[in-house]
Design a protein around this ligand. Structure first.
Ligand code: ADP
Ligand code: MG
Length: 758
């Protein structure tokens, strides 16, 4: 937050803050540069942290804790949180010296004592002259940052936040007050706005503004959760009277943030449900029954439960909007197929959208195989299809003879706007859309496909297809409640019984020969293996070179007696497909691959996967990759190769240390569990929600107060409240919802069309 956006301020603009006592044009300008233009902005400039007795560490205890880093035996979550958390120590600098290192470089080392019996080093590599002036021995300072241990085992803070505590604040602090700390930008500092000055300003403004802070949450909600009202909460954020006071203010603001976002999701969901009617697709379905009877296995309990949930949706005229989550290999395809057969039996087409040509092809082949000689018309739409074949398929689709239509992006009818206008793909009564590996598609794409489905009906009132999206990337509940808040969620939390859990081991590079021997012995038993390399190179050419080099080395130096195939991202889709098919047909014993193999085809005979430089992969990716093995009845293995010295030890550079630490947590997690939901949970803690889902397409705002990792309860409550209100008052027209409606429109301007313009 320290580098706040430097926005252009129009010359003619006069910030209203300029007229607040003690501000004036120069300070107003500095505040404006940090986006603080109005009293309201100022009040929403929330303290970055607080100094109170509870956040203050004592160097001696800190030291003891850090000397004992057997953190991995505890929950990894604790470790991660400990590393993230900032600690404040309060005391004085007792010794300040400069130290030469490297080629004429200097550092400033200041010893800091807090009277606990141990002291810490505070180190500055940059701005040495500046800090030399700031760090005065006779004054009291608060030092905040992430502590480290140096090679002598001393607690060290490198470039922490340091702040002089003025005598007055020291009194406050001693009296047990909680003191807010704001992020001060450089322009503010230049304009002589210090921490104290900023606080005084907030204090002035808050008295004046408090009557203008309107409540935006419905009274029923405030009452139910016993929240302070908005103006009280905002005041408490700046000037809490106690830790409890602050906590309840934060909880309220957190709830508010989540509530308006859930309101958006509730209105979106309702928009679909109220506006459109869906084709009614009731059971029983003779074709689905026939398939069930012909299956060589019985459905798991979880599959049956999920099918019942889907049936309950589809037999109504409200469009289904359901997310089906299930780990790799949990059997989602058969669920989708049974659902599509129900749709077919009721005279409707189904679309099955896959992210890659290979997956589309695999679905097509699988489904044809499962259906055997049953009378179901299944077609495939792929890019680059020959014109004659394409026309035949289009005819099947347009005439309505095609019942199940499988494809990739080609299902959208074309990529350019013009293509869509002169739609060459004319569906005929689409009843159901299934989207596989949905995280590879955005919300907009889902909407677009649904729109094409709507247009495929000739009825007077629009008929919107039911939508089932499937994901093999398990999403922790906190995320699915927000990210997919407009979807109902079904989970297959059980693998078919015949599976043997994959044995996963972290192995080290010096021991690779042994691992190669193991792979050899597996191949001699008739199995096959994957050897996966990370994409280390930025450029495509280099990636190709790296993969090719790896292949040659393995072929000549390690496995001269076997045939090795290559699969990498620079191949065209049909080349990839050829490589995988050749592997499936046992033309190769080993497939050397980059991560593209994570959405490969099923090769049940492959029982070993060796992942090189495994520390470079993300958890979700490791989990997806591992899902390539363990698909047959044989015991399967996943070997995660990493550097020999990849053990935990405190290193100088914090970033490096964190990266290393989280790499180890990733590898350990893989060893410990095959449960995709547990893995997703750890992943979320390590990376945060934005990275896990890809912030750009996720559509989840950056929350100030809410934390999608830890606020499960608050999310649940906000969701319940928002959905409840929309159910009882779909357009927020009741007088008690007026303020809520106004605030919603302020936050989500572009979503106005959720309301009737009445
Ligand atoms: P995913 O959920 O990863 O898409 P698939 O649908 O591809 O999984 O299923 C993986 C394999 O498991 C397929 O070969 C499928 O036929 C098989 N399968 C599905 N359900 C069961 C079951 N209940 N018992 C045994 N095998 C099953
Ligand atoms: Mg699948």
């Amino acid at each position: 937050m320290s580098d706040a956006p430097q926005q252009e301020i129009p010359k003619t603009h006069v910030s209203p803050l300029q007229f607040v006592k003690g501000v004036g044009p120069k300070r107003a300008e500095a505040l404006a540069q940090a986006g603080i233009l109005t009293p309201r902005d100022l009040l929403m400039y929330i303290p970055r942290s607080y100094i109170d007795r509870s956040s203050i560490g004592n160097i001696r205890t800190l030291h003891r804790r850090m000397l004992n880093p057997d953190v991995f035996d505890k929950e990894s979550r604790e470790t991660i949180e400990a590393l993230r958390s900032e600690i404040t120590i309060v005391g004085a600098f007792t010794k300040i010296r400069e130290h030469q290192f490297g080629k004429g470089r200097k550092m400033l080392i200041a010893t800091f004592s807090d009277g606990s019996g141990a002291d810490a080093n505070v180190i500055f590599f940059n701005f040495i002259e500046y800090f030399r002036r700031v760090v005065k021995q006779e004054e009291v300072f608060a030092v905040s940052g992430k502590p480290d241990l140096d090679k002598f085992g001393k607690v060290t803070f490198t470039h922490p936040d340091i702040e002089r505590i003025d005598p007055e604040d020291e009194e406050l602090y001693k009296a047990g007050k909680i003191i807010p700390k704001y992020t001060l930008t450089q322009p503010m500092k230049n304009a002589n706005i210090g921490m104290r000055g900023f606080r005084n300003l907030v204090e002035l403004v808050i008295d004046q503004e408090k009557p203008n802070i309107n409540e935006v949450l419905p009274a029923s909600v405030l009452h139910e959760y016993n929240f302070p009202n908005r103006s009280e909460a905002i005041e408490a954020l700046h000037f809490p009277e106690s830790a409890e006071h602050l906590r309840s203010a934060k909880n309220r603001m957190k709830f508010e943030e989540l509530f308006f976002f859930e309101l958006l999701l509730a209105l979106r969901q309702q928009g679909v449900k109220v506006r459109d009617k869906a084709p009614v697709i009731p059971p029983p379905s003779p074709t689905a029954r026939k398939l069930l009877d012909a299956l060589p296995f019985e459905l798991t309990q979880a599959q049956k439960r999920v099918i019942n949930e889907i049936v309950a949706d589809m037999k109504t005229d409200k469009p289904m909007n359901r997310l089906l989550q299930g780990d790799v290999g949990s059997g989602k395809t058969i669920v989708a197929l049974l659902t599509m057969l129900m749709s077919a039996d009721n005279g409707f087409q189904s679309l099955l959208l896959a992210p890659t040509e290979i997956l589309a092809e695999q679905h097509y082949q699988n489904i044809k195989k499962l259906l055997g000689d049953m009378d179901v018309n299944v077609v495939q739409v792929v890019g680059g299809q020959k014109k004659r074949a394409r026309n035949a398929v289009l005819d099947e689709i347009g005439s309505g003879r095609a019942q199940i239509i499988i494809g990739t992006h080609a299902l959208f009818g074309g990529s350019s706007k013009k293509d869509v206008e002169n739609l060459w793909l004319q569906y005929n009564k689409v009843g159901l859309i299934v989207i596989d590996e949905q995280h590879r598609f955005g919300v907009m794409q889902r909407a677009k496909l649904r729109e094409l489905g709507v247009r495929s009906h000739e009825s007077q009132t629009p008929l919107a297809p039911h939508v089932l999206v499937m994901s093999a990337t398990p999403i922790p509940r906190t995320l699915s409640m927000t990210l997919y808040g407009d979807l109902d969620v079904s989970v297959i939390n059980e693998l078919p019984k015949n599976r043997k859990p994959i044995i996963t081991k972290v192995v080290f590079e010096s021991g690779l020969q042994k691992q190669y021997d193991f792979i050899r012995s597996e191949i001699q038993k008739g199995r096959q293996a994957y050897i996966v390399y990370p994409l280390v190179e930025e450029s495509e050419k280099l990636e190709l070179k790296a993969a090719t080099l790896a292949l040659e080395e393995l072929q000549h130096e390690v496995f001269p007696e076997f045939k090795l195939g290559l699969l990498h991202g620079q191949m065209l889709w049909y080349e990839k497909e050829d490589a995988m098919k050749a592997f499936l047909n046992k033309e190769y014993q080993i497939l050397v691959a980059t991560t593209v193999v994570e959405v490969g085809i099923d090769v049940p005979n492959a029982s070993v996967m060796l992942i090189q430089n495994a520390e470079r992969f993300g958890l979700a990716q490791l989990h997806q990759l591992r899902g390539r093995v363990g698909r047959g009845s044989e015991q399967s293995y996943c070997l995660l190769a990493t550097k020999d010295h990849f053990a935990f030890h405190m290193k100088k550079k914090e970033a490096e240390q964190q990266e290393k630490l989280s790499a180890i947590i990733r590898l350990r997690t893989m060893e410990e569990t095959t449960d995709g939901f547990k893995i997703a949970e750890v992943d979320l803690r390590l990376r945060g929600p934005g990275d896990v889902m890809g912030t750009r397409q996720s559509g989840v705002p950056d929350f100030t107060f809410a934390d999608l990792v830890n606020d499960e309860l608050a999310i649940e409550q906000a969701k319940k409240a928002a959905f409840g209100i929309v159910a009882s008052d779909p357009h927020l027209r009741k007088p008690e919802h007026t303020a809520t409606r106004t605030e919603f429109l302020r936050q989500y301007k572009s979503d106005q069309n959720f309301f009737d313009v009445a």
